[in-house]
Design a protein around this ligand. Structure first.
Ligand code: ADP
Length: 240
């Protein structure tokens, strides 16, 4: 991905995430509302640190696409913007984190999203002596709405666009491979409202839980800066 290469260069020049950070950071939890840019930052971080990106939303969508492991009831919840059962995601994440490629670390995106999940994760990490670093991407509500309603994705390469904020060069087509862009099923206005409501009610309290549990929480203002600049901020904060 173009963006990641540019940021990599930035890291080399600015030393945003040094070898020290690479050695010590084992578990990164990207926290923030839908549309806060967790997926984009997760990709940049995983490229840079060489650890896997563990996105529960992506894993669930993959399961639906491949017709395995996701029940129709779970798929319906996702379509409606409602959180799926804790036991489903807890088991999925635990299995994923147990694979060899996650032994040196991982970036969690979209998990934990409830207090039950947070307790499950922190228990799992504590048993292994792993300390999590939580990165909270804070974004203004109005910007979140603009990002989510205008978001389009390339179904082939996954590049994200926004019809207003970051349009493709040719209407509706991916700049990189010319594929017709699509809107995610749950990026419709009524579903966006449900997702934001779920975030406020069920997910927001998780941040305080993680803080009080002793996890390190890095606050990043991610409202106005482009992804590369947000990434640099994360790198600098992790250095400290
Ligand atoms: P976003 O953060 O933009 O809402 P995600 O891709 O993270 O998107 O999640 C999409 C949907 O997948 C959620 O609305 C929810 O239904 C389901 N989901 C993802 N992660 C979790 C989770 N940790 N707990 C419960 N449901 C989840």
């Amino acid at each position: 991905m173009k963006v990641s290469l540019r940021v990599r260069a930035g890291f080399a020049a600015g030393g945003a995430v040094s070898n020290v950070a690479k050695r010590f950071v084992k578990a990164i939890v990207l926290f923030g509302s839908p549309g806060s840019g967790k997926g984009t930052q997760a990709k940049l971080l995983t490229d840079c640190l060489g650890i896997p990106h563990v996105s529960t939303g992506e894993m669930l969508r993959d399961g639906i696409r491949q017709g395995r492991g996701v029940t129709p009831k779970t798929a319906a919840k996702m379509q409606a913007g409602i959180l799926v059962k804790d036991a489903v995601v807890d088991a999925m994440v635990e299995e994923r984190l147990s694979r060899p490629d996650a032994a040196n670390g991982f970036v969690l995106d979209g998990y934990p999203r409830t207090l039950v999940q947070a307790e499950h994760l922190t228990g799992w990490l504590a048993e292994r002596g792993i300390h999590e670093v939580v990165i909270h991407l804070a974004v203004d509500y109005n910007i979140i709405i603009a990002r989510l309603t205008g978001r389009r994705e390339c179904p082939r390469c996954g590049t994200l666009y926004n019809v207003v904020l970051r349009p493709p060069k040719v209407d509706e087509l991916c700049d990189l491979d010319g594929e017709k862009l699509v809107r995610r099923d749950d990026d419709r206005e009524d579903v966006i409202r449900a997702r934001l409501e779920a975030y406020d009610r069920q997910t927001r309290p998780v941040l305080d839980f993680l803080r009080s549990n002793g996890g390190r929480v890095i606050e990043v203002d991610a409202s106005n800066d482009p992804p590369e600049a947000v990434f640099q901020k994360i790198g600098r904060a992790m250095e400290n």
